[in-house]
Design a binder for this molecule. Structure first.
Ligand code: NAP
Length: 313
């Protein structure tokens, strides 16, 4: 008979690592699948200053390393398999679920989906053309390319404000461009952005095109949605933070999602498919934080352990 894991965890971010930790501590056999290296969004975040227990903040990659280290303390050859590859399908079943990863199918009694989310694209003229050549979705990854230059940051949520504050330390000037008057990001970030000497805040303004040449981005075309005034602004780079979308093209049709494609769960992280759980950013919910991902991971693993106790003799 094919090897059957007690649990398969899809994803290696904070939700996935917490799930794996809890499952391994219950002496279950676990396979954890991660597309690249573990850490998820943590690796794209410079400093996390709202994860409890780290006064002064924690560096994203250091927090990811510490979480991975703690999982390792419980891993052994017999109880754990880490698979670094992409999941392309899930076949849910009554008692067993099959996951296609790379060219292989693996089987588990429960599955915890922690595949996360990614930054949305705006679909602007020039956006795809200049991605990697002036257009970016990651300040931590690309900020250094714009040292002492002029950049625009598009968006009004926590990501836009947080990343703008990070970028403002590097660049010469930053335009923070938001389509409405009011920002939805935390007030403490707003307060810092609005008085920042390097930031020019443009409200009720949309970007209509990103312009450039062979050397990369040279300007953006903006329009004020209240006055209708159009303005071209010279910039060297454009950072776009207009929300998240789920990473889960492999998730089967029969699983319930919200209108944006995030997986619906109950408060125990159970999806509509018995034995399949979801945790972290892939889940339909209001707050997406490291702290909530960790909480989801703990809850999902605990519910999965209870499910196994009830359903496997
Ligand atoms: P978000 O909170 O959904 O904000 C997206 C922003 O992009 C909004 O201001 C939205 O404008 C704007 N936007 C959306 N579509 C647009 C379009 N087509 N054109 C122009 N602007 C557009 O997304 P996020 O900032 O990526 O954050 C995602 C989640 O992670 C949130 O729950 C957030 O709180 C959390 N997060 C938390 C922290 C933290 O607390 N440290 C850091 C990062 C992220 P409107 O406001 O007009 O809708």
């Amino acid at each position: 008979m094919q090897d059957v894991y007690d649990a398969i965890v899809i994803g290696g971010g904070p939700a996935g690592m917490t799930s794996a930790l809890y499952l391994l501590r219950s002496h279950l056999r676990v396979a954890q699948i991660e597309k690249l290296s573990g850490g998820g969004q943590l690796l794209l975040t410079e400093r996390i200053d709202n994860y409890p227990g780290f006064p002064g903040g924690a560096l994203g990659y250091e927090l990811a390393d510490s979480m991975a280290e703690q999982v390792k303390e419980w891993e052994s050859e017999d109880n754990f398999r880490r698979i670094t590859d992409e999941v392309s399908a899930i076949e849910t079943g009554k008692e067993l679920h099959r996951i296609k990863v790379g060219d292989e199918w693996i089987t588990g009694r429960v599955v915890i989906i922690c595949s996360g989310a990614e930054y949305r694209k705006l679909g602007l003229p020039g956006e795809a053309e200049f991605t990697g050549n002036g257009v970016s979705y990651c300040a931590l990854c690309d900020g250094n390319f714009f040292r002492d230059k002029v950049v625009a940051v598009i968006g009004g949520g926590n990501s836009a404000l947080e990343e703008a504050l990070y970028l403002a330390r590097l660049v010469d000037k930053l335009y923070l461009i938001h389509r409405r008057q009011d920002f939805r990001g935390a007030k403490c970030y707003q307060d810092k952005c609005f008085v920042h000497p390097k930031m020019s805040v443009m409200r009720s303004t949309v970007v209509e095109a990103i312009n450039g040449d062979q050397g990369g981005v040279t300007s953006i075309s903006t329009r004020n949605v209240e006055s209708g005034e159009a303005r071209d602004i010279d910039v060297d780079g454009v950072f776009i933070f207009v929300g998240f979308q789920p990473l889960g093209t492999f998730i089967p049709e029969e699983m319930d999602r919200d209108e944006r494609g995030f997986l619906k769960t109950d408060q125990e992280m159970r999806t509509n498919i018995p034995g399949v759980f979801a945790a972290g950013d892939i889940r339909s919910k209001m707050t997406r934080q490291v702290a909530t991902a960790v909480g989801d991971g703990a809850a999902a693993a605990s519910a999965a352990i209870a499910y196994l106790e009830q359903h496997v003799s």
